[in-house]
Design a binder for this molecule. Sequence first.
Ligand code: PLP
Length: 394
Amino acid sequence: MPIYLDYNATTPVIEEVVDAMLPFFGEIPGNPSSQHRFGREAATAVRIAREQLATLLGATPEEIIFTHNGTAANNLALAGVAALAPKDRRHLIVSSIEHSSILQCCRELVRNGWIVSEAPVDGNGRLQVEKLVDLIRPETYLISVMLANNETGTIQPVKEVAALAADNGIIMHTDAVQAIGKMPVNVNDLGVDLLSLSGHKIYAPKGIGALYIRQGLQLRPLYWGGNQENGLQSGTENVPGIVGLGKAAEISRLHLKHHIRHLNTLLSRLESRIREKLPAAEINTHPEHRLPNTLNVKFPGIANTKLVASLDARGMAVSNGAACGSSHDTKPSHVLHAAGKSNLEAMSSIRISLGLDNTAKEMDFLVETLEDIIADEFDSHRHFNNIKSYGEHR
Ligand code: PLP
């Protein structure tokens, strides 16, 4: 059986979520805007899903907008807020490790006259709040900092940044796509005005996301149509997807403690096995502020593309960086770069991201397989500078 260890790229849809969605592909085909019983049933299902998501986040249902995916939520947050900003406040701050759906959106804003500042991170990929403070100016209108990084799993000091934003009258957004379901997330505790999430990272399907918008905050839609989702996401709702996201949110809320415990146990085992068996490996993930499921590891002297391919050939799926549209990219990760890693270091790092179906046995098997692959690699490439560091332990 192949072993899946790439849950930050996407998760399988769990059975309860599939079961909840199924009627909306057949028995209940209604459009939530239709007046008849089928429409009403679909509208009720969307309402329940909105409540489930709001409960998970500590928000009110009116503050939740369903979007096409996490990318759409991030774009709506940034571009939707930016479109209504006063002309003299077109300055935005983001962290240097944001997902492409934030960074590319920033590029577009720059084309439209915005100034974007990138706040740096430390060697473990965690935002340096004191450096972000220096970037705040009277014109700053919006700050966007992700809650947990998709490549390293490093958790960001969003609560601190949100407090700073509030003190300075700045709107605060967080991309919580990778954090939801892996740590407690409450919009009031965080103090954010906007928060994005995505279904396919929390065991719901791909192609559904949501944006939390604090009550009273105005956004401009990115396109126009039938005014669904408060006019911010026109187009007939993806009812099965929304129902699936709602169900996944409910499951996540009810079982979060258990999920975190399970993932923590696996990740600690994996990390200690790596440290013991492969002492030359280096962990890029923050030692403390980290998701319970993600380990980004550098294997000096070995190309990550080679490691990913060799593991794949042996039935194990890990990643060499973000999966989103760039998995076949051979460019070094901008996230590891921002954390001060050289091109070579970034290109010898892999991401292992665990999920609910993984087992302790799989962790041990992964490390044994890595040992074999690395031994083979160094046997056939004796010229590698750091052959000794791996050779010593064998
Ligand atoms: N933000 C982060 C941190 C992500 O990891 C991803 C996807 O990997 C996204 C946003 C985009 O979400 P989606 O794939 O639903 O568009």
